[in-house]
Design a protein around this ligand. Structure first.
Ligand SMILES: NC(=O)c1ccc[n+]([C@@H]2O[C@H](COP(=O)([O-])OP(=O)(O)OC[C@H]3O[C@@H](n4cnc5c(N)ncnc54)[C@H](OP(=O)(O)O)[C@@H]3O)[C@@H](O)[C@H]2O)c1
Length: 212
């Protein structure tokens, strides 16, 4: 059982919190406004705190906030995130008028590497950003097995995240460890594919995968 903080209280946070709480973890949602979030999360097995407190009381923290402002937001929590595992599921994209990705904010890098540079005492692991939020916590629901890509410089942190993926329902064979954190550039670039796929197929659950 882990104390897990999830920063952000949107679609990704809700999907992950439900499944991880069901697996026995203690979940704290980090929100800009705990009082406002209380109604939306009524009945959920989570604690609601501001982001600093959510990070402080958790050993593992998930970044489920908008990726284009994550570095500034989480960079301000360096003390709170010291010694922690940070799971980054964000996509740092520029957005078109329809709100879908129109480009990469960090075109020659990745938000995951930016977060690691801003948080040198934290182990950043990138995963789960290449699928609709529903699939993150229900990976066996698709007809074709999805892939959970994993990138990170700290092997122990990646092992922790791998076990949490198991708690989210990911079979071992669906997890692809790409290597060091810089490999997150690949999965992050996949965000560019999302735009055309969603325009064509709508928001039916989907994920990108390695087919062999
Ligand atoms: N949705 C997907 O299918 C999907 C798939 C892959 C990756 N992602 C990535 O996962 C992250 C979360 O996605 P999501 O779909 O859960 O987003 P969302 O529904 O918009 O939720 C994001 C949450 O972040 C918090 N937040 C903090 N600062 C914010 C700001 N300046 N503007 C807006 N929200 C802010 C908000 O919670 P409070 O108001 O409580 O603070 C908000 O509920 C994003 O980086 C996204 O790119 C999403």
């Amino acid at each position: 059982m882990h104390d897990i903080g999830i920063l952000g209280s949107g679609r990704v946070a809700r999907a992950l919190a439900g499944k991880l709480a069901g697996a026995g973890h203690a979940i704290t949602i980090g929100t800009r406004d705990p009082a406002r979030a209380a109604a939306a999360w009524a009945g959920a097995r989570v604690a609601l705190r501001d982001c600093a407190e959510a990070a402080r009381r958790s050993a593992i923290v998930v970044n489920a906030t908008p990726g284009d402002t994550s570095v500034e937001r989480l960079g301000a929590l360096r003390e709170e995130l010291k010694g922690k595992v940070l799971i980054d599921v964000s996509n740092a994209t520029l957005r078109g008028q329809d709100g879908l990705p129109s480009g990469l904010l960090y075109a020659s890098g990745s938000v995951a590497e930016r977060l690691q540079a801003a948080l040198p005492e934290t182990a950043v692991v990138k995963t789960l950003n290449t699928m609709l939020f529903t699939v993150m916590a229900d990976p066996t629901s698709l007809r074709v097995p999805p892939t959970a890509f994993l990138s990170g410089d700290d092997e122990n942190a990646k092992a922790v995240v791998r076990r949490l993926l198991g708690d989210l329902g990911w079979p071992e064979g669906y997890i692809e460890d790409l290597g060091e954190l810089a490999t997150a550039r690949g999965p992050e670039a996949v965000a560019l594919l999302v735009t055309a796929v969603v325009r064509k197929r709508g928001l039916a659950p989907f994920a990108f995968t390695i087919a062999r």
